[in-house]
Design a protein around this ligand. Sequence first.
Ligand code: UDP
Length: 406
Amino acid sequence: MPNINDYRDIVGQDIIDELHILGEKLQDKTVQNVNSTAVGGGVAEILTRMVPLLKQLGVNARWDVIKGNEKFFNITKKIHNALHGVNEDISSEDLEYFLEVNRENVEEISSFDDIIFVHDPQPIALIEKKKDIGKKWIWRCHIDFTDPQPDVMNFLKSYIEKYDSAVFSAPAFSRDISIPQILISPSIDPLSDKNKELMPEIIYSVLERFEVDRDRPVVTQISRFDYLKDPLGVIEVYDKVKKYIDIQLVLAGGGATDDPEGIKVLEEVRSKAADDPDIHVILLPPGSDIEINALQRGSTVILQKSLKEGFGLTVAEALWKAKPVIASAVGGISLQIKHKYSGILTHSIDGTSHYLKQLLNEPEYAQKLAVNGKEHIKNNFLITRHICDYLLLFLSLYHKDDVIYL
Ligand code: UDP
């Protein structure tokens, strides 16, 4: 794990000084993060980096993962999909079971700290404990809330409103709720194995290991195998472009312990890819950070054809590596890409295919987009900015009406 001061070369001394000053003001506080998976997906990715860095700044941070069986995670996946606007049938028994598992988890958590920072809907009902223990509670939503199924949203709303504040990733996700809402977008860690610079030999050896030919263009999407990431749509894009340009496609990702749908999606992707030797469907085990880093760096163009997206860390990861990105104009992706300036935003398979051909045919234009994209990520979506926002949020819980002097 890098030292917080190692980020100085990237973001400058002033930002590091600011983090130390804010951290000092929270020395006596413990922040307890709670989510539903230790590996896989963006939330785990961020917490893995965030918790040790907060500790280095003197904030006592910890991270608990709730437990659930397959039935629970099938229900939470349905809730997750419904919040993303997918029509899901969720029964009152499902919701009752969801609450029951949350209550079991409350009993299992051995102690509660000063600030309980709950991530996403899976553990949202832990808040029922607030009436017994008090403390400060924050709910952090990482998902795309533009068009949620109303009944599921209303069910959650009664829990959200018990928190002291709610954090969303993009302005479009704010809701009509009675508690303060704060906009904090996610971030990537430029010094993690996932994002650090790699020697060309490492990139080449990973491409070789996955039998990807580096003399022909490589188009890549890194994602959990999830319908909302539209991997099947990506294959259609590939088919359309392959008629004109001899590309290879990499679809790489793993699962998350709280996402039981992954295996089914992976099977469909494999069957659609059939035996095309230029489509590489790669199932990555947890901890494949260097592999993902190398695949991103070894690619000609990165796609993120999500149908919904809370933020899309994979977009920030690719842009940080100065790679041209074509991504859907959904959710938090629009915060990261300004169309035709720092990447390309698309709305369809045809649109994505059109721009993919263009970027492959015009590498100088593609590189210009990528360089602008990297600058945008550097200025807005690195972990130092994210930590600063969180520290200010924690302080604001105790100093509601005060001005905080640095
Ligand atoms: N990721 C990973 N292994 C995988 C697939 C994804 O480490 O097999 C990482 C990916 O690099 C990114 C995060 O998981 O850091 C996914 O975050 P994103 O916001 O893109 O999507 P989410 O999975 O949270 O919907």
